[in-house]
Write a protein that binds this ligand. Structure first.
Ligand code: ADP
Ligand code: ADP
Ligand code: ZN
Ligand code: ZN
Length: 844
């Protein structure tokens, strides 16, 4: 065995040696992995793959890099904690392409992330067609984010905003006192404006519509800001009297018309919530000067291939490449004549077109040809964004670095996986190392080296089960990965259910879906498939969700960040309605991978409601009763019970000169979060902090006799989260963990049926063994009389569903049609479907 190990080792040029890795759940592990190779990390969710690849290897590479730069530069980095590891030798500098869960914070577009935009601007500046007499303008003048480029009317936003009497006074039968001017601030701010109007002599007790138009216009639109004495609490009569007597006012108030207030808030507030509130009262239209193209007229006058730069940036990448092809080849007809006069311009055009096509080709190879450069990144899925960054790396020509990637296959249809492998191969050939966390077995099979972490999650994981070429894993009996990798037939025979009815949709229009009709079986489990960009999310996560929510009168959960996206985007044309089936849907639930909370104050125990029961148990103990502690006392969010030094956070921020601040355990409660008095209360010898420190598995045994708590814990175990600690902060949980907590919260509710569950790629981040657990839970939901609709790429899941809707055939304009719909076996027979060949494996 030793000999074969040595021959294996000779194939690689060098190795990274890790000694004593202890980050998170890692059990003091030693590991040797090759450089200049594709190394894939596998293992069930929570086993420790990310702790090893990102938390240890990448963190250490970054730490070393940062040591070499000045403290000033260091501050600019979002620094990771120093990893818990003995030593690492032979580690090259690293670039992480980690998936961002949730919405990216910075505003950017496909063109800017890939740097294509810079090149396109250069092309317009240096090789564009200028109108006669216009002199050449710099590349910056083609960016709406520069003063040289921005349209002067809309300042580069592309949209202009106005307010009208109707938009700000939705109900004109109300009086000003009854808040007729809805656009004014709520609470004190609004009262203040009202009191100012009283001082100014306006009638605030007459219905708005009965006030003279002149007064209404002044109140809503004036730019004047009179400062007047205010007598809050006085009636209008008392106020007038007080004025006459020159009585000392409570304060001097400044008037602000509703329009002034709305625009001022919109332009100046830092709060997305405020911004969103005032946006309700604004009407927005495409800017009349630039028609929403955001650039000044001189810039838009420059054309290339007949397009202005905005028009070009709105085309899908694939079409841009086709458009540029003749210019790269020097065969473009519109150029022939001018080329004779300006040969230097022809050369520039050819060079830039060639370069652009080469870069776009990489994006096409990664299955992203349907995106347009103008598309904003917050509208992309995390998988799409990661592949964009990967493509950018592919043509940045770095070598000698390790790329650390997090499930690059996420969101990819199996027919696109080969392209991904080719891209990874390209990086490797250029002399780089690839460390990839991945669950997709097609990618795992292509690894040069496999590191399997396990055997289970959390404390029961964190060990290296195997490290070596993939074939060798077959011998490792403790590995859950091995049984899926080498035993493909492991899929349970499944007889599709007969639908209880149909949810029918008609005339669906959104993005690439054009007047589509479709139907989803009720009381069944449906998977929606198709290549990336075919229209699955537009159909399921957008149109279906919106239409059902509207019919149920259920508000859509809105994102805090949405304000900014709304501000820029023109409303998407959309259409469609539900024609049948709503009578059996009473509730809509989306189970996504977004975090269950944004602060360390939320955790699994609080989110699921489990902690409420636990706190009651503590409040019911003899000691708590004697001391008159109620359930609130046992919350670390409530002042009475929590540690005052850290306000219940368990940690405190330490400011370091010249270095990013770090969190350290609270010196008073040592991370317990509670004050000493609260901790004196015990329930069966454990205090409340001890309980939060328990894993679900431990707590499940501990609370065996408490049915409410026990039931919640049972469901959490069933979805595979037995390893998590009850108090683990929401911010430390992965997307997959967050999703399963949401699912568990649903499952522990009394099963009422008639709920529509919608999930978008729920298997992202899940090992095949976890996927199986997820399937069981989804099945339970359907058995209880609910409907489940899932967007999915994992064929194992598709094969196990009751009904498949395959969208395609391609992406973007080449997609958006229903190619096949039926039972999985039926769809696997389709000749047109790109999904069919991959589904077929399960029906032989
Ligand atoms: P995987 O990548 O295999 O899903 P992780 O490396 O993310 O697993 O997690 C391994 C273990 O470490 C899990 O028990 C997880 O809950 C825990 N963990 C992950 N991140 C943190 C963190 N920031 N702090 C403490 N524990 C963590
Ligand atoms: P899938 O879910 O199958 O990957 P999508 O529904 O996300 O496909 O995309 C279908 C088409 O709609 C693609 O051409 C995509 O570029 C376009 N699209 C999706 N979301 C947006 C958006 N927010 N703005 C503009 N175009 C979009
Ligand atoms: Zn404009
Ligand atoms: Zn404390």
């Amino acid at each position: 065995a030793k000999d074969s190990h040595n021959t294996i080792k000779k194939e690689f040029s060098g190795f990274v040696n890790v000694r004593g890795a202890r980050e998170h759940n890692l059990k003091n592990i030693d590991l040797t992995i090759p450089r200049d190779a594709l190394v894939v990390f596998t293992g069930v969710s929570g086993s420790g793959k990310s702790s090893l690849a990102f938390g240890t290897l990448y963190a250490e590479a970054q730490r070393r890099y940062l040591e070499s730069v000045s403290p000033y530069v260091r501050r600019l980095f979002h620094q990771m904690a120093v990893p818990e590891v003995g030593s690492i030798e032979g580690l090259p500098p690293a670039v992480a392409l980690q998936q961002q869960r949730g919405t990216p914070t910075t505003r950017s577009s496909v063109g800017s992330v890939t740097t294509l935009s810079n090149l396109v601007r250069m092309m317009y500046s240096r090789a564009g067609d200028y109108p006669p007499g216009q002199s050449i303008i710099y590349a910056e003048a083609f960016s709406p984010n520069t003063p040289e480029g921005a349209c002067p009317t809309c300042h580069g936003l592309g949209r202009t905003y106005e307010v009208t009497e109707q938009s700000m006074v939705p109900d004109d039968s109300l009086t000003i006192r009854e808040r007729a001017i809805a656009a004014w601030p709520t609470a004190w701010g609004g009262q203040n404006q009202r009191d100012i109007l009283v001082t100014l002599g306006y009638d605030v007790d007459r219905p708005w519509r009965e006030l003279p138009q002149k007064d209404r216009d002044w109140i809503l639109f004036t730019d004047e800001q009179p400062v007047v004495p205010v007598y809050p609490g006085y009636t209008p009569e008392q106020t007038q009297l007080a004025l006459k007597r020159k009585e000392e006012p409570s304060y001097m108030g400044t008037f602000s018309s509703a329009r002034r207030y709305v625009f001022h808030t919109f332009a100046n507030t830092n709060s997305q919530q405020m911004k969103k509130r005032v946006m309700q009262y604004m009407l927005s239209t495409d800017c009349p000067n630039c028609q929403g193209k955001r650039l000044r007229p001189e810039s838009l006058a420059v054309k290339f291939a007949g397009y202005d730069i905005t028009e070009l940036s709105r085309l899908p990448l694939k079409q841009i490449a086709n458009t540029l092809q003749p210019y790269a080849e020097g065969t473009a007809l519109d150029r022939a004549q001018r080329n004779v006069a300006h040969p230097e311009q022809a050369i520039v055009a050819q060079r830039i077109a060639e370069d652009l096509i080469a870069r776009i080709k990489v994006l096409l190879d990664l299955g992203l040809g349907y995106l347009s450069p103008e598309r904003s990144t917050p509208t992309l899925s995390p998988g799409e964004l990661q592949r964009l960054r990967l493509a950018t790396q592919l043509y940045s020509h770095l070598f000698g670095v390790v790329y650390v990637l997090d499930e690059p296959s996420a969101g990819l249809h199996p027919s696109d996986t080969l392209a991904l492998l080719t891209a990874l191969e390209g990086l490797k050939k250029a002399g780089n190392s690839l460390f990839v966390v991945e669950h997709n077995l097609d990618v795992v099979r292509h690894a040069d080296w496999l590191v399997d972490v396990g055997p289970e999650a959390g404390e029961k994981g964190g060990e290296i089960l195997y490290s070596g070429p993939p074939e060798g894993l077959q011998q490792v009996t403790t590995s859950q990965t091995a049984s899926y990798l080498f035993n493909n037939s492991k899929v349970h025979p499944h007889t599709p259910r007969t639908p209880a009815g149909w949810l029918r949709l008609s005339g669906i229009t959104r993005h690439n879906l054009k007047n589509l009709d479709t139907e989803f079986p009720l009381g069944a489990f449906t998977t929606v498939t198709g290549v990336s960009g075919s229209g699955k999310s537009s159909l399921v996560s957008q149109v279906l969700v919106e239409l059902v929510a509207e019919q149920l009168g259920q508000a859509l959960p809105t994102e805090e960040e949405e304000g900014e996206a709304l501000e820029r985007a023109a409303p998407v044309p959309s259409g469609g309605h539900i024609t049948a089936g709503m009578e059996s849907i009473k509730r809509l639930v989306r189970v996504d991978q977004k975090a269950i909370g944004r602060t360390p104050r939320s955790n699994m125990a609080t989110y699921t409601g489990l902690f409420d029961h636990v706190r009651k148990l503590f409040a019911n103990t003899k000691m708590a009763k004697a001391r008159k502690y109620d359930a609130g006392r046992f919350s670390f969010n409530v002042a009475k019970g929590r540690c005052e030094n850290c306000h219940g956070e368990g940690s405190v921020m330490v400011e370091l000169l010249f270095l990013p601040s770090v969190y350290a355990p609270c010196p008073v409660c040592h991370g317990a979060r509670y004050n000493a008095k609260t901790l004196e209360v015990t329930y069966r010898d454990k205090n409340i902090a001890d309980v939060l420190g328990m894993t679900v598995d431990t707590a499940w045994e501990f609370f065996e006799e408490e049915p409410l708590v026990h039931r919640a814990l049972t469901v959490l175990r069933e979805v595979g989260l037995g390893y998590l600690r009850l108090g683990q902060p929401a911010t430390e949980l992965s997307g997959g963990e967050a999703q399963r907590i949401k699912l568990a919260t649903e499952l522990q509710r009394a099963q009422r049926g008639n709920t529509l569950y919608i999930l978008d790629e729920p298997t992202t981040g899940l090992h095949p063994a976890d996927v199986e657990k997820l399937m069981v839970q989804l099945d339970n939901l359907v058995e209880a009389g609910n409907t489940v609709i899932v967007v999915e790429h994992t064929m194992r899941v598709v094969a196990g569903s009751d009904w498949v809707i395959d969208i395609g055939p391609g992406a973007g304009e080449e997609g958006g049609k229903i190619i096949a719909a039926g039972t999985p076996a039926r769809v696997s027979e389709s000749r047109e479907s790109k999904t069919a060949p991959f589904l077929k494996r399960f029906f032989r």
